[in-house]
Design a protein around this ligand. Structure first.
Ligand SMILES: C[S@@+](CC[C@H](N)C(=O)[O-])C[C@H]1O[C@@H](n2cnc3c(N)ncnc32)[C@H](O)[C@@H]1O
Ligand SMILES: [Mg+2]
Length: 317
């Protein structure tokens, strides 16, 4: 059985914690775990930082960098990129191929963490029956649909109207997925409507929003008091620059050039801190690693490029 590796942030100052984490990220081997039967157990359990964050304290430089002026999550330049390729969402060989290929791995993490959080049987066909999920930045619905098949009552939202139309058309092909409630809106608008969900899921979205800190606050407000939040994104590391931009956009042409801005990526420690300030405590984190020989993705403790975090709402929200 796969054994989880644990990163413990225990040193007294925030700076040394970040440095320690960065050193570990840089020196981590690409994928030390080869177990194909990996069951998406906890890979990295991030213990709570020993010193609680004072909400009145000035933000650390890393966080300040992401408190961009806008309260809206909308970044028009980013949205135009997605609008231009909206018709290709369900083309498994098109620009969203990496997300399609990653899907089983992403779902393994979601299924495992949420089943444990909600005390559901992982082996059951519809473990999420009775739970309300929102898929924020759902695109064409490639995560919303499997979540609905696993029994969740799903709302899928996206800021791009064309994405929502494609998602709805595709979902209508199957009576189970046709129950998904797709809307062209934003997380902050749902907050204004005082909506709450058992699970709030935003995969590969935070690197495209105008203000990640405000976005996380909205995700937190959408999460019910006993709920969970799941976010996946790309680490702002040199490896991510080499693989997700140089290789994926310029060498392999997997993604249209300009899809990602390296400076918009967040490191795992930044994401943890932003979420902590938004009253979400990150408890599990895993990396996704790509094996070019098999063309498959798997879960790993290597969070140096693609990673996913599971957090629970903390009591003070
Ligand atoms: C890389 S795609 C990810 C799609 C989907 N979550 C997945 O992983 O399969 C990012 C999506 O986020 C949407 N998006 C970007 N900014 C958004 C915002 N502020 N609010 C809602 N959706 C947004 C884009 O339109 C796009 O569909
Ligand atoms: Mg992206």
């Amino acid at each position: 059985m796969f054994r989880a590796k644990t990163i413990v942030f225990s040193s007294s100052t925030m700076a040394s914690k970040l440095l320690l984490t960065r050193l570990r990220t840089l020196t981590r081997p690409s994928n030390p775990f080869k177990n194909p039967n990996f069951e998406a157990q906890t890979l990295i359990q991030i213990r709570q930082y020993s010193d609680p964050i004072d909400p009145a304290a000035p933000p650390t430089p890393a966080i300040a960098n992401f408190n961009r002026a806008s309260k809206s999550s909308l970044n028009e330049t980013e949205l135009e990129k997605f609008s231009a390729i909206a018709e290709t969402w369900w083309d498994a060989e098109g620009p969203f191929k990496p997300l399609h290929v990653m899907n089983p791995t992403r779902l393994a993490f979601i299924r495992s963490t949420l089943c444990r959080h909600f005390g559901k049987d992982q082996n059951c066909a519809r473990p999420f029956e009775g739970l309300k999920f929102v898929d924020v930045g759902c695109g064409g619905g490639i995560i919303s649909e499997p979540l609905a098949r696993m029994g969740a009552s799903v709302m899928g939202i996206d800021a791009v109207e064309k994405n929502i139309k494609i998602a709805q058309l595709h979902a209508d092909l199957d009576p189970i997925t046709s129950s998904i409630d797709y809307r062209c809106t934003t997380a902050e608008k749902l907050v204004e409507e005082q909506r709450q969900f058992d699970a709030v899921i935003a995969l590969e979205v935070i690197e495209h929003v105008a203000n990640p800190s405000e976005f996380c606050k909205s995700l937190s407000e959408l999460t019910s008091s006993s709920g969970a939040t799941i976010i996946s994104t790309i680490n702002r590391s040199m490896r991510a620059y080499a693989t997700t931009i140089i290789m994926a956009e310029y060498v392999l042409n997997w993604l249209p050039r300009g899809t990602h801005e390296w400076s918009s990526f967040l490191t795992p420690e930044e994401l943890v801190l932003i979420l902590q300030r938004a009253s979400i405590s990150v408890e599990e984190m895993a990396g996704f690693v790509y094996n070019p020989l098999t063309g498959r993705w798997s879960l790993s403790d290597d969070i140096s490029v693609n990673f996913i975090a599971f957090g629970r709402k903390t009591a003070n929200e």
